[in-house]
Design a protein. Sequence first.
Length: 122
Amino acid sequence: MNKAAILALGAALGLAAPGLALADCRAPTAPAAVDGKTATMDQLQAAKTAVGTFMTDSDAYQACVLDALKAQKDAAAAAKTKFDPALAKTAEADLDANQAEKQRVGADFNAAVKAYRAAHPS
């Protein structure tokens, strides 16, 4: 089988299961919120590390989704078939959900720091 035929076959198979490439991208799990009123400094530092890791992993997840979407579009173009717009909508919804989760996690951590400072004035 020549290279063009292999690429066309791969593109066709990819289009047969359009969500497959996006399924390889795994959204990270958000860390548990910490109660700043009762947390120790060590717990707050651990939460900060967990939040930072979540943010970094979320950025990698979003890049994965965008890369997978581009690969699907490129595969459709290579196979000279129509790109399924539902895949783009799914990707957009996944990105929006992850971004909202990032904002929630950041807000929760900032609230915990504020509560910690209120409970432990220096």
